[in-house]
Structures are given as C-alpha cells and as structure tokens.
Design a protein around this ligand. Sequence first.
Ligand code: IVH
Length: 677
Amino acid sequence: MSNPELSVPTKVLEHRDKLVSTLNYHSKQYYLLDQPELPDAEYDRLFQALKSIEEAYPSLRDDTSPTQRVGAKPLPEFESVTHLVPMLSLDNAFSDEDMHAFDKRIKERVKSDASIQYSCEPKYDGIAVSLLYRDGVLVQGATRGDGATGENITQNVRTIGSIPLALVGAGFPSVLEVRGEIFMPKKGFEALNTRQVAKGEKAFVNPRNAAAGSLRQLDPSITATRPLIMCAYSVGYVEGHLPSTHSAILRQLELWGFVISEQLDVVTGAQGCLDYFARLGLERASLPFDIDGIVFKVDSIALQKTLGFVSRAPRWAIAHKFPAQEELTRLNAVEFQVGRTGAITPVARLEPVFVGGVTVSNATLHNRDEIDRLGLCIGDTVIVRRAGDVIPQIVAVVPNNMGESREPIEFPCECPVCGSLVETLEGEVVARCSGGLVCEAQRKEAIKHFASRQAMDIDGLGDKLVEQFVDEGLVNKVADLFTLEGHSIAGLERMGSKSAENLLRSLEKSQSTTLPRFLFALGIREVGQATARNLAQHFGKLEGLIAAEESALQSVDDVGPIVAHYVYDFFRQPHNIEAIESLKIAGVHWPETEPVERKSLPLEGKTFVLTGSLEKMTRDQAKERLLKKGAKVAGSVSAKTHCVVAGPGAGSKLTKAESLGLQIMDEATFIEFIETL
Ligand code: IVH
C-alpha cells in the first residue's frame, strides 16, 4: 500500500537510485547502441521493481524516473515556445572551393594566418530540437519552428530514451539549453514501415519524414513506440560554466548523459575538413542513419564569439553538403521487362535527374503491388532516391503535382515480348510470362545464363553476342549453340574469323562439364550454384534426379518444399527434357558419380577461405574442389573459419587469420591436402 507520509529508508533510496541508473544504462544499450546486454524480460523485471518502490513511496516518483517517460495524456494542440537563444541555420558549401573560401574568410576576419581548428560532425537528416534543463532536470523540449519560436513537444521528447530526463553527474549549468537533432535510424525506419503497412497504414517516405511525423504526435504514447534517437550538437542559452572548445563541450554533454556523434573529430584547416568530408563520404552509405553533409565549426568558443553571426547563420560554421540522395522528377513512362524466369518487372522511365552523384533516368518499380502502393500514374512528379550503390527507387508521388494529364499505368495481361498470357500465382506478388522458352526474352536470358562463367563457362559468349544470335535466328535454344558454324558467326557484326574460331573452341571446351554446372546452367527456378551442387552430390546421376519425387528431392540439403516443387515441375515439362537430350546429343557430357550421403564427405562442417592468387588453379577451381569434399567456402575470415588458403598477395584476410591463430595453408600444401582426402 502507498503511504506518502512514510519516510524512505536509506536502503530503499539506494536501491531506487541503483535501479534508475541501471535502467537508464540498459535503455541506452538497447535503443541506441543496438547492443542489449539484458534479455527483455530481465529489463521488465527491473522496471517493475522500480515501479513497485514508487508505488510504495510516491514521494520518490518524480518526472525524471524512467517509469515516467510515457504516461502523459494526449494534447489538444501544441503550445508555442520562445527560444531563450534563437535557433540558427547554417550556410552551405558545395565544393572544395567553397570550403577554402570559408576558411579564408575566417582567417581574414580574425586577422591571423594561423591554421584554424575545426570540429567536425555529420549533418544529421532529422528534426532540430532544443531541450531546456533547469538544475539538471529536463523541463522543456521544443522544435525549431521559425528559429525564434517553436512548438512545445516536451511530452514527446520525454519518451525518447537517448534524451536524459535528468543530467548525470555534477557541474552542469543551472540553466542549460541543449540543441540537437532527433532522427530515425535506417533499420528502425524499415521496421516501422513494415508495421505501418501491416496495419494498413501509409508507409513513410524516408526516415526524416518518419521522425517528423513521430514527433508531431499529440499523443505521446505513439511517439514512445517510434525508434527515435537524439544526438546533441550544440548549446543555446547557458547560465553557468562550460568548456572552452566546441568539441570539449560535446564531450562534456556526453558525460552528462547525452548522445553525441561517434564521428566527432577535430581537424586543422580547410584541407583537414576536406579529408574528413571525403572519409565520411565513403562511410555514408554504411552508417546506420541518414546524413546529408558534414558540419564544420570553429572549435574555439572564443573565436566563435569574435566571428559572430550574419543574419541567421553563424560565421564560424558551415554545412558541406553531400550530393542529394533524393530529387524530384517526372515519370515519363513505365515499361515492362521480362526476365529469365519470365518475371515481369515494371521499370520507370524518368525525366533524367542528377541524384546521389549520377544522372538517373530509370528506376525499378519491383512489381504491381509497388505501383499500387505508391498510387503512381504516368505524368506524376515523383521523389527519386539513389543511396550508395543501390538501384534508384521511386519513394513517393508528390501529391500536389498530380496534374490533369495523369495517365494510369496498365499492367499488361499479355507478355510484351511474346504475347503469352501473364500469370500471377496465388501467394506471389510477381507476375510472370507463361511462354517459357517460347518467349524470346526468356530465351535470351536463359542462354546468357547458360553461357555464364559459373554455369557452362563459355568464354567469349557475352550478352551482346547472345542477343545477336537470337535476333539473327541462329540460336533458338541452348543446344543450337553447339551446332553453330564458323562462317555464320564470323558474319555477325564486330566478329571476325579469329573471334569466331575462338568462340568455337570455347564452345567445344565447355561441352566437357560437371553435373553441378550443368544443373545450374539449366536455370531451374530457385536452383542456385549451391543447390545445384547439393542435388548433383545427392543423386550422382541426372537420371535419378529427373525421376525423383518431390519427397525425395526434399531430403536433399537446403531443398525445401518450394524448391523441390520447382525442380520436380521442371523435369515434368517435355520441352525441358528435350532441351537436355539435345544438349547431350550435341556433345555436352560430365562425369557421373555415385550418390553421396553428405555427412560422409570428409570436409563436412568445415569452412575455408581462399585469398591471394593461386598458380596451379584458379580460385574458382579451388573452391569447386573444396565444395566437392563437403566444405563451405566463405568470403571473409572469422573465428568460425577452419582454414585459410593463402596465395601470394594475400592481405588483410591473412593477417586476420594469423591474429586469430587459424590454420593457414599455401597452395602446395593445399593441393597435397585435398588430393589425399
Ligand atoms: S549546428 C549554430 N550541427 O542543420 C549552429 N546543425 O541549417 C546550428 N543539423 O536544422 C546548427 N546536424 O538541425 C548543427 N551536427 C550538426 C547538425 C545540424 C544537423 C541541422 C540543424 C539545422 C540545420 C542547420
């Protein structure tokens, strides 16, 4: 029972304080660093323990308790707040010259030629906030608004785990305005959108919009469910003492419980800034959150004071922007491409636009659902996003630009290449052409795949040449490749008799292959190299595989009901059996092996990494030999690696293997090892 009059025993007080700091610590590990150290249930137990103490001694329950982050009632509207010190904006730099000019202006203004120290941080792509602490307690949170007045979002900021409700430690100013950015990390954004769509609600366009929408909630219990983070980047009004450089102030804020940038650094002069800019530019795509540039600030607060402000931006800071990752453009048309498996992919043809550092004129639209989700029509103004090396995407339609000339996008009922019916199987989102190899698009893609390096490895038979063969009617099915004649090849554009001869030679060479390669080359849906290898090893002979029932197929490693069904189906179609027979007649052959139980392979369960160059064989050949013996071949070294095969020129993988004390073999030892297995 609660008893407000009860004096609190010291033991309880100590226990309460311990629980508060433990909960604050673990909430940071969980929300911020994504490195939870406690199971959720244990966190909940500690949380409940604190709640029980507060119920028994209500005088202990104050606004700074972790139990009080969520709990306030929805507001009818946001009140406005006047900032004690205006929230400024930043000037932008877009080039090296702009940065040199910025540095020069500063030196001229302070009349000194000495190099300037700059503090550098990412420019987060989120929402600016100002947090007011009185005697170390959070009393107000506000948006930037017009810089002079913003909206009171105290209830909402209180739900954000990375914002301290009370400052930790001592020595803080009696009044302290902390400024920073609230943003949503990429992972949290994706998870939130998945949840939104599952609930039948609209997905957010980008993490910035999601952060803004989450903060603008009148009901703080909604904000509380959103994965938001606040990074502190400066201070506003201060009554009290702070360190004398910007970077030291941020480090001090960190000690008081704020999150600051992990990338915070201090560099010298314009060149130091440009080097930092280039370095972070490379890291940008792999950072867990969006950034749109780097903010450089004169590190010395005394110098900042000397420099002062021009209109609404400080003279001592600048934002060097990265190329924008999102731009507006017009959707001119949608075309439908047919892939190797008949999958029909809508592709957006865009008015060319410079985004993410390149000119983009096409974007994938994935499937019909994506077009519906976006509510897309031809003629719409759309937001195109290109981040890192990812294929450009349309993230949204700009609503007020939906002009009268909008034209709906008709998803074809017939294949745009061969005219066969387009089908969408139950439970699938992808629409497919039902024409199989009758469809020229599928035929071309199937032949390209058949010839590729990992499949039949027909050297010199590139994509362009395959297209010419099909267009000229020289190759209609894969087996036709092996009956090509020198003179008809030499007659093609950009082909001479020498290249024709070479191609004939590689075609002949490729005829002697292996069963895993052949199976992979057939292009059975969902049968990649690894599955092809498992199937070949399991059955040993093609006939056994062709005759296998779905249940027998499912007993193969990594083959589930879906793959088993595709494989079974493939061999039930007469045109596929015909294609295999014609290939055999044309001379394609492989050594047959006895069916192998996987567990009896000597290297089963062992992981190898190949690095450096090998002399007696290619790395692919070495890999094939290892796989045949049941080993796994990985691309990177970890504690799970059993052995690293290192040839001349091996670099960081070898160093890492050495530091982990792993087994290392040179090529000669490896050959001996694999041959004696
Ligand atoms: S400093 C007086 N540092 O950029 C200096 N701003 O135009 C005021 N921003 O909306 C800003 N990351 O919210 C600073 N590391 C950073 C920042 C940053 C993002 C935003 C800020 C404001 C805009 C400035």
